[in-house]
Design a binder for this molecule. Structure first.
Ligand SMILES: [Zn+2]
Length: 219
């Protein structure tokens, strides 16, 4: 069984995924994301896995109890310390995880929130332009990474497009939905001694240096 779990929190677009990869390598952690755990259970056709398969086939969300059950089973089988990325997703999941950890004597390590102001996330999304040629798929940004000729892909010459998901309205709707579960989750963790809020609005190397310091405190 695992001895310790660390948790990385952050909004979509915060750069959390990139940081998770580096943390896992540096501290030799097992990287656990809910998506991976669900896919793994489905492919192994366990009892819970079959339930997940059916829920997914019906286009339904997998309920907290099922997700928790799969996560806890993984923790029991795991020998290394763990980094959760995208789990817990809700305050309910966080509470169940905490109960499980206490019951099994597993330590809660660093809980880090990679914080990027919403206006910065919005500017990243709204300025994004993608190549309309799907086999190319190059991504540009009107300010941070403009194409040489406006509106034309540098790599293949196809026109660039602004996806309908990348408008302010679509972004704000997504963030509203995200925050309605994320803010209570953050509130659950933020008074804990090992919680750290990290400024994610910096170069990735700088963000990582701060995270590394915090993870060393609880390694
Ligand atoms: Zn292209």
């Amino acid at each position: 069984m695992t001895n310790k779990v660390h948790i990385l929190l952050g909004a979509p677009g915060s750069g959390k995924g990139t940081q998770a990869k580096r943390l896992v390598e540096t501290f030799r952690l097992t990287h656990l994301s809910t998506g991976d755990i669900l896919r793994d259970a489905v492919s192994k056709e366990t009892e819970l896995g079959l339930r997940v398969k059916n829920l997914m086939a019906e286009g339904k969300l997998v309920d907290d109890d099922t997700v928790n059950g799969l996560v806890f089973a993984r923790l029991q089988d795991e020998n290394q310390d763990v980094l959760f990325d995208g789990y817990p997703r809700t305050q309910n999941q966080a509470q169940s995880l905490q109960d499980f950890l206490s019951q099994k004597g597993i330590e809660l390590g660093t809980v880090a929130d990679v914080h990027v102001p919403q206006a910065v996330l919005e500017a990243r999304v709204v300025g994004r332009r993608v190549c309309s040629n799907n086999t190319c798929g190059a991504i540009y940004h009107v300010e941070n990474k403009p194409s040489k000729q406006q509106g034309v892909c540098d790599l293949c010459g196809s026109p660039l497009k602004h996806r309908s998901d990348d408008t302010s309205e679509a972004f704000r709707a997504r963030m509203g939905e995200f925050n309605s579960t994320f803010q209570p989750l953050l509130a659950f963790y933020k008074d804990r001694l090992t919680f750290r809020s990290v400024d994610g609005n910096r170069a990735p190397d700088e963000v990582f240096a701060t995270l590394e310091t915090h993870f060393k405190e609880n390694a």
